[in-house]
Design a protein around this ligand. Structure first.
Ligand code: NAD
Length: 438
């Protein structure tokens, strides 16, 4: 099938590569010419395990190509996917300008019946908006349909998630229109939910809001555990074993970041309010999440008392492991707060440092390894739970530090083990421990 995917970010590039891998003829479009040139040269704009190989294989086999020419791409395609960014406006509302721009060009370019699929995360009602924009821009009336097919991939496992999603949601005006997407996804043999466009749009927001709620819920419980002397790890474990609750997204820590949960929760609060519903539950979820970085820096400040003049190693900068995405990464607020309180920061991340350099203040010192970052510091602050941090040589880390203080924002280590290893160890929702006296 000839398809085109507009936007070559995390969603567009992975979607394009996977559809090509399934045997379709895919043209990926982006208005960022430098990105397209790089992609043509085999250079990926993002870090995503397995992506480079999949792109190279399909480009070599002639099933995947890149262009800035949206008009040409629309004219050769029976299905056009919109996967451009939908960032937040300052008031939390979703900025639909990129979607609107693309829909306008699709309308002008369309010469025959086309299925336009919205894969970007967009507020309920956007399908109708896209339909109106296309219609308004058509030079002559051409039939088309707008479908909502929200994306659920997670950065860091995007290929696997696209090949084996828990479910595929197709919101279409009629069963017949839904069939074209069903056909495209059939080789994946995954459960499909066929519904109307507004319900599909809402499924995406409701899912992300629910997962965010689980995270903020356990973080609120962690706050209470800290006050009560209880251990949130035990609480989480026992709760997670309850089949009605489940352990996913039930880890206490620095809260959620990234390009989706923060903006999608804000957007749903805004949509609800615009429709006349005060979504106070979700507002609290957002508030709890906003307090996490300040709470973490407070733990560091209390441990070092005072923070001014101290040196802190921050391990992990990306918003989560296995990605270089720094959007809404907790590391940014943590580092800015540490610097504002007079500390100096040495940072290390396995892949996100090039992105981080563009976002963090210039006074941050970047290091080649966790051990180099820990060299001479008064505390190590773990911000992103990369696997390599779980397997650090902790004796070597301690030997490099000036003071053996660790503040763990993701509860990666066991307090008792850290005590035995000679650390003063602080974590989230658990009792702090002091080193065993030798
Ligand atoms: P991104 O910022 O990584 O990529 C968007 C791409 O669109 C960029 O390459 C940009 O240059 C391009 N673009 C912008 N305007 C364009 C235009 N007018 N014409 C052509 N290209 C244009 O974004 P992303 O992370 O891939 O997210 C895309 C959408 O998918 C968003 O709505 C997001 O909420 C949603 N989503 C993202 C994820 C994720 O994990 N990143 C997961 C599920 C859903």
């Amino acid at each position: 099938m000839n398809i085109c995917v507009v936007g070559t970010g995390y969603v567009g590039l992975v979607t394009g590569a996977v559809f090509a891998d399934l045997g379709n003829d895919v043209l990926c479009v982006d208005n960022d010419a430098a990105k397209v040139i790089n992609l043509e040269a085999g250079r990926m704009p993002i870090y995503e395990p397995g992506l480079e190989e999949m792109v190279a294989r399909n480009v070599a086999d002639g099933r995947l190509a890149f262009t800035t020419d949206l008009t040409g791409a629309v004219r050769r395609s029976v299905i056009v996917f919109i996967t451009v960014g939908t960032p937040p406006k300052p008031d939390g509302q979703t900025d639909l300008s990129a979607v609107e721009d693309v829909a306008g060009v699709i309308g002008q370019a369309m010469e025959r019946y086309t299925v336009v699929v919205n894969k970007s995360t967009v507020p309920v009602g956007t399908g109708e908006f896209v339909r109106e924009v296309i219609e308004k821009n058509q030079v002559r009336p051409v039939n088309f349909d707008v479908v909502s097919n929200p994306e659920f991939l997670r950065e860091g496992s995007a290929i696997e998630d696209t090949l084996r999603p828990d479910r595929i949601v197709i919101g279409a005006p009629t069963q017949q229109v839904a069939m074209s997407l069903l056909e495209l996804y059939a080789p994946l043999e995954r459960p499909m939910i066929i519904t109307d466009v507004p319900s599909a749009e809402m499924i995406k927001y409701a899912s992300n809001a629910f997962l965010s709620t689980k995270i903020s819920f356990i973080n609120a419980i962690a706050n209470i555990c800290e006050l009560a002397g209880a251990d949130v790890s035990q609480v989480m474990k026992a709760m997670g074993l309850d089949a009605r609750i489940g352990s996913a997204f039930l880890s206490a820590g620095l809260g959620y970041g990234g390009s989706c949960f923060p903006k999608d929760t804000d957007s749903l609060v805004h949509t609800a309010s615009a429709l006349g519903y005060d979504f106070s539950l979700l507002k609290s979820v957002v508030d709890i999440n906003r307090e996490r970085a300040a709470h973490f820096v407070d733990l560091i400040a209390k441990a070092l008392n005072p923070l001014a003049g101290r040196s802190v190693a921050v391990l992990g900068l990306a918003f989560k492991p296995n990605t270089d995405d720094m959007r809404e990464a907790k590391s940014v607020e943590v580092i800015e707060r540490l610097l504002a309180l007079g500390a100096s920061v040495r940072a290390y991340d396995p892949v996100a440092m090039p992105q981080a350099r563009r976002m963090l203040p210039p006074t941050v010192t970047y290091c080649e390894s966790p051990y180099e970052a820990a060299s001479g510091v008064d505390a190590v602050a773990l911000v992103t739970e990369w696997n390599e941090f779980k397997f650090l040589n902790l004796e070597r880390l301690r030997a490099a530090m000036r003071r053996p203080v660790i503040v763990d924002g993701r509860n990666v280590w066991e307090p008792e083990r850290m005590r035995r290893l000679g650390f003063e160890y602080h974590s989230i929702g658990r009792k702090s421990v002091l080193p065993t006296q030798s």
